[in-house]
Design a protein around this ligand. Structure first.
Ligand SMILES: [Zn+2]
Ligand SMILES: [Zn+2]
Length: 223
């Protein structure tokens, strides 16, 4: 069994165990349901900012996750053909351990139930981010996933298609897409640039827009 399979299987065991632990610690209440819903929205907002940063700032030569996101723009359909294990592994590798710590702290009484619910939900959403993203690229996602996409509970295909249109500056959120209209309207990419470029002096590296535009032109000319 390879490392990816071990990590992803381990993640699913942890995810199930986390559900059991939280069910033991918490009551089924409207307040706890609100925590899950608000965290699901927050995780989506985080996915917008993270996605913008890896698309435009990361060094694809050095960082695997940056390479994965930037290559995705060159061949958007590839993610639909990749096995789920490969799609889940990069995030599970980083997030599984902190989630385990959260559950252990909650079990030992060092962390309150609501905080554990918040952190567990946040971590889980981010581990499954690329699954929602992958589903948005599937031509036939299946009846259940398609109806979740139509209901707006998970990322739908058409808003994400707009992210793959030049100049690739909108619709960065890839969990449920709830933050896309707000963040696109207020110009969140520009705000992130102010913090990273002007505030922290980090150089914007990506040639993503130029690369993909050149590739699209090449494809059109070769048809
Ligand atoms: Zn992107
Ligand atoms: Zn995509």
């Amino acid at each position: 069994m390879n490392v990816q399979l071990i990590v992803v299987h381990g993640w699913f065991v942890l995810f199930g165990a986390g559900g059991v632990v939280l069910a033991m610690l918490l009551e089924a209440s409207a307040w706890n349901a609100m925590i899950v819903l608000a965290t699901y929205a927050l995780a989506d907002a985080g996915s917008y900012i993270f996605h913008y940063i890896v698309d435009h700032y990361g060094d694809a030569a050095k960082d695997g996750i940056v390479r994965e996101f930037q290559n995705h723009h060159r061949q958007p359909g590839c993610i639909a053909r990749r096995p789920l294990v490969e799609v889940i592994y990069p995030a599970a590798r980083i997030i599984a351990l902190p989630v385990l710590v959260v559950l252990l702290l909650a079990l030992s009484g060092w962390l309150s139930g609501p905080w554990a619910l918040f952190l567990f939900t946040l971590g889980s959403c981010w581990v499954f981010t690329q699954v929602f993203h992958r589903w948005a690229h599937l031509r036939r996602p299946g009846r259940v996933v398609a109806s979740l996409q139509r209901s707006g509970l998970i990322l739908a295909r058409s808003p994400h298609e707009r992210h793959h249109e030049s100049p690739f500056m909108t619709n960065f959120a890839v969990i449920n897409g709830w933050s896309n209209p707000l963040f696109d309207t207020i110009g969140m990419p520009g705000l992130v640039d102010i913090v990273l470029e002007k505030g922290l002096g980090i150089e914007k590296r990506s040639t993503l827009v130029a690369d993909v535009a050149a590739m699209q032109l090449e494809n059109r000319q070769s048809v």
